[in-house]
Design a protein. Structure first.
Length: 227
């Protein structure tokens, strides 16, 4: 019979610490699994919603001319970047969006850029259960958000320069973040959960401008890390 010491030796080992990146990656994978299951259960509704992808881009109820294709378009990315022709958000200016995407939500803390099919749910879609229609979820979207740099701390990744500002390309699970220092205290993060290339992600960053008002408000925000 195996004694207690032998059992402990067999089951022993180093316990790895769970880090925020691992948690975020698990959340992304879980959301994708839920999305695939719901898509299989409501294929008809998804087909109806997909028709919206052929409409012209509109923002805040105003029609916009379809954007011209970007000269930096990459076939391997799966999506083409186009000039953004809609109404600009109050606190941000964007130059490029993926073709067939619109601004789903914007406020002083950030933007959510979603596929056109999220604009009008089909008859069999419950917006309260499908995260595509919920602007709080990043799955299959591009999220842009501001945060105090000292809240996040240093991030691992490739150091780059975007629009003359220091930035980091930071992989997190199956997604990629581009973290841009827009001031000494505030960072703008572009989180892409869509099939675009690194070059396209950098192009999105090059075309992003954050208003001074939004930067100042975020910089003045308080929290545990700021005390």
């Amino acid at each position: 019979m195996m004694d207690l010491q032998e059992r402990l030796r067999r089951f022993g080992g180093t316990v790895e610490t769970t880090v925020p990146e691992m948690i975020a990656a698990d959340i992304v994978r879980g959301r994708r699994a839920v999305r695939r299951r719901r898509a299989a259960q409501a294929a008809t509704g998804a087909a109806v919603a997909a028709v919206a992808a052929f409409t012209f881009t509109t923002v805040a109820g105003q029609s916009a001319v379809p954007g011209a294709r970007s000269t930096a378009e990459s076939v391997t990315g799966g999506l083409a970047l186009v000039d953004y022709r809609g109404e600009q958000p109050k606190y941000f200016t964007i130059a490029k969006v993926p073709e067939g995407y619109f601004i789903q939500n914007d406020d002083e803390t950030g933007l959510m850029i979603a596929p056109d099919r999220a604009r009008n749910p089909g008859p069999d879609v419950d917006p309260s259960k499908d995260t595509l229609y919920d602007p709080r979820f990043y799955t299959d979207k591009i999220g842009i958000f501001l945060e105090r740099s000292d809240y996040r701390g240093p991030q691992e990744g490739d150091t780059v320069t975007v629009a003359g500002r220091p930035a980091v390309v930071h992989p997190i699970g199956d997604t990629t973040q581009l973290i841009i220092a827009v001031s000494d205290r505030v960072s703008a993060t572009i989180q892409a959960d869509v099939p675009i290339t690194r070059a396209q992600l950098l192009e999105l960053g090059e075309g992003l401008t954050v208003s001074r008002e939004a930067i100042d408000r975020m910089g003045a925000a308080t929290g545990k890390a700021g005390k």
